[in-house]
Design a protein. Structure first.
Length: 356
């Protein structure tokens, strides 16, 4: 049956029965559906009941490949980009007693009117002026009885308080005396001598007359010269002399003969004496010549005539002996028979050496 034509000669498809159903089985429908499936879009006019369409393929193509159908008209949700949530900061203030650091231990305060202000005590001890002492306290450099003090005007007991500045102890007791004496050769290490021989007591007679009760730290025999400490602190003197604290003492000795390496090794390893073995901590030969040697010895023992007996045992008797150092205190260029008041640093290091 021929399709009616319009006046211009084109077929008239408006008549019933001549126009194929949309999405039906027209001869161009399959090709059109295939092209739509390749483009990934839904063929125009492809519908099911309720107006729901298959997306991405025609009904025929979907059944052929066994793919599950997606309702027409509803799109798959697009994958959303994961956006990191910003960190929320709270500006709320913590509770008044939340995260409170433990308070530093405070130095016990003396009753009003007792003791003496710390900056005044430091000034009297020769550490610094009062204003400079206040700055040192504010910087946390001053310690009293093991506690750092930052409070201005703290009153302490100078007789019993242990005060340190930058870790070094400061002697604040006015009655404590520490002096260094260069004992001359031929003088006795005693405060008085029944035979009328010159002694250390003659050098400090004025201090003794003024009421100072001084006594010497250790002894030097009459023929030995050099450094001798004098103090009125009995505890310090006892510890400086006790061998358990191992406070070193340095000597310069002029001996007969030329000392060789074998002698050095023997002295360091130990020499058997009549009252037990003894050895030096350090030994050094300084000069050799004309049948004599100048040697330097460091040891911490304080037995009687220990240096002379050690050198005699190795075949080098002593002709002159001078003690130059006791712990941190050095004799220096101090003249024989003179006294020198120890400095603050020297006194502090002496107390530190014996754990006081």
């Amino acid at each position: 049956m021929n399709t009616p034509a319009r006046r211009d000669g084109t077929p008239d498809r408006r008549k019933r029965g001549t126009q194929p159903e949309r999405g039906g089985t027209g001869r161009n429908a399959g090709a059109r559906d295939a092209r739509s499936a390749q483009r990934g879009s839904t063929p125009r006019g492809a519908q099911q009941e309720g107006g729901v369409a298959h997306r991405g393929a025609s009904s025929t193509g979907g059944q052929r490949h066994g793919a599950q159908s997606t309702p027409i008209g509803k799109k798959k949700p697009k994958p959303q980009r994961q956006v990191a949530q910003p960190t929320l900061l709270s500006n709320a203030k913590p509770a008044r007693r939340q995260h409170v650091e433990p308070a530093a231990a405070a130095h016990p305060k003396l009753p009003w009117g007792e003791g003496e202000r710390l900056q005044k005590v430091l000034a009297k001890a020769g550490v610094a002026s009062r204003r400079a002492a206040e700055e040192m306290i504010a910087q946390g450099r001053v310690e009293v009885d093991g506690l750092i003090v930052r409070e201005q005007g703290l009153r302490i007991d100078p007789q019993n308080a242990v005060v340190r500045v930058d870790g070094t102890r400061v002697m604040v007791r006015e009655e404590l005396v520490h002096v260094a004496l260069n004992k001359p050769k031929g003088w006795q290490s005693t405060m008085s001598d029944d035979l009328g021989r010159p002694c250390v007591g003659d050098i400090v007679a004025e201090r003794i007359a003024a009421g100072q009760r001084l006594f010497h730290v250790g002894r030097l025999d009459a023929d030995t010269e050099g450094l001798l400490l004098l103090t009125n602190d009995g505890d310090l003197a006892h510890r400086l002399m006790h061998p358990s604290f191992e406070v070193s003492k340095t000597y310069l000795a002029t001996v007969n003969g030329e000392v060789n390496r074998a002698v050095t090794k023997r002295l360091k390893e130990g020499v058997e004496l009549e009252d037990g073995p003894a050895r030096v901590d350090r030994f050094q030969v300084l000069e050799l010549g004309e049948g004599r040697s100048l040697v330097k010895l460091v040891l911490h023992e304080g037995r009687k005539h220990i240096v002379r007996r050690l050198l005699d045992a190795v075949g080098h008797p002593v002709t002159r002996l001078v003690r130059t150092n006791i712990g941190p205190v050095a004799l220096g260029d101090q003249r024989p028979g003179t006294l020198r008041v120890l400095g603050r640093d020297e006194v502090g290091k002496l107390y530190e050496a014996v754990s006081l």
